[in-house]
Design a protein around this ligand. Structure first.
Ligand SMILES: NC(=O)c1ccc[n+]([C@@H]2O[C@H](COP(=O)([O-])OP(=O)(O)OC[C@H]3O[C@@H](n4cnc5c(N)ncnc54)[C@H](OP(=O)(O)O)[C@@H]3O)[C@@H](O)[C@H]2O)c1
Length: 231
């Protein structure tokens, strides 16, 4: 399968490298067709890796990853072109962190909105799935770097797109994928960054993740209804 990775930063390089290793054909997109970081990556990643503009990568990919800065993602996706996003699964891993006033950064979208929703509204024909934004880039593609059980979240309106993303997450090694529901649930994972950056500052390392441990007294709705039926 062909994948378009939009973004030449740490996340684009990390995801692109893993996807090529997994046997996907990956085109990395940038504002310019000959971005230096993308060119170095193409050399390193080898067969299956190529580069181009955001529009080149978006038209190439059957599945797309948005790995651009959260504050510029809409701009980058406009450069990618709405027609190139149409009908495609668009995996959004971005966070709207604003470092302009130093550490800790603030979020520019929160409470009543999220970047995931903004992208879905701006590009209604794309199938936006928010995931992986809650973990550091190395963990995204190698969850074993954190010992024990830990979780990744997924938000999106399209069940088929979420199924497709879940399969890729499993190939990355994720065992616990929590489907939070529609794209508005991305508010939760994007706002988690307010705590994530403080944990990262305290630990002096981004290499951690969370595991949701549930009380047996609070089963999920399917289990609750089954249990009620048994009474
Ligand atoms: N770093 C992590 O571990 C981590 C973890 C979770 C989530 N995230 C999120 O993942 C995303 C990517 O992070 P990153 O550190 O890899 O990269 P980044 O530095 O945040 O973004 C790099 C990309 O943004 C593009 N860009 C910059 N300004 C632009 C503009 N004005 N218009 C259009 N595109 C523009 C760049 O284009 P060019 O290629 O043309 O330079 C480049 O491709 C961010 O949203 C970040 O919050 C990061």
């Amino acid at each position: 399968m062909k994948i378009g990775v939009l973004g030449t930063g740490t996340v684009g390089i990390t995801l692109g490298t893993k996807l090529v290793e997994l046997g996907y054909q990956v085109k990395m997109g940038s504002r310019t067709p000959d971005n230096e970081k993308a060119a170095e990556w193409v050399k390193r990643a080898g067969e299956g890796a190529s580069q181009g503009t955001f529009a080149d990568a978006a038209s190439f990919g059957e599945v797309l990853f948005n790995c651009t800065g959260g504050g510029v993602s809409i701009e980058a996706l406009k450069l990618a072109g709405a027609q190139n996003l149409k009908g495609k699964t668009l995996v959004d891993v971005a966070n709207t962190l604003d470092f302009s006033k130093g550490m800790p950064p603030t979020l520019t979208v929160l409470n009543t909105d999220s970047l995931g929703e903004q992208i879905q509204r701006e590009f209604p024909e794309a199938k936006v799935v928010k995931t992986l934004n809650t973990v550091a880039a190395p963990i995204m593609v190698d969850p074993k770097l954190v010992q024990g059980d830990h979780d990744v979240f997924m938000s999106g309106d399209d069940p088929q797109a979420k199924g497709q993303v879940q399969r890729i997450l499993r190939e990355f090694g994720w065992r616990n994928v929590i489907d939070l529901g529609d794209i508005s649930t991305a508010r939760g994972t994007e706002m988690w960054l307010a705590l994530w950056v403080r944990l990262m500052m305290g630990f002096q390392s981004p290499m951690f993740n969370v595991h949701i441990q549930r009380s047996l007294d609070a089963p999920d709705p399917a289990t609750a209804s089954r249990l009620r039926g048994q009474r």
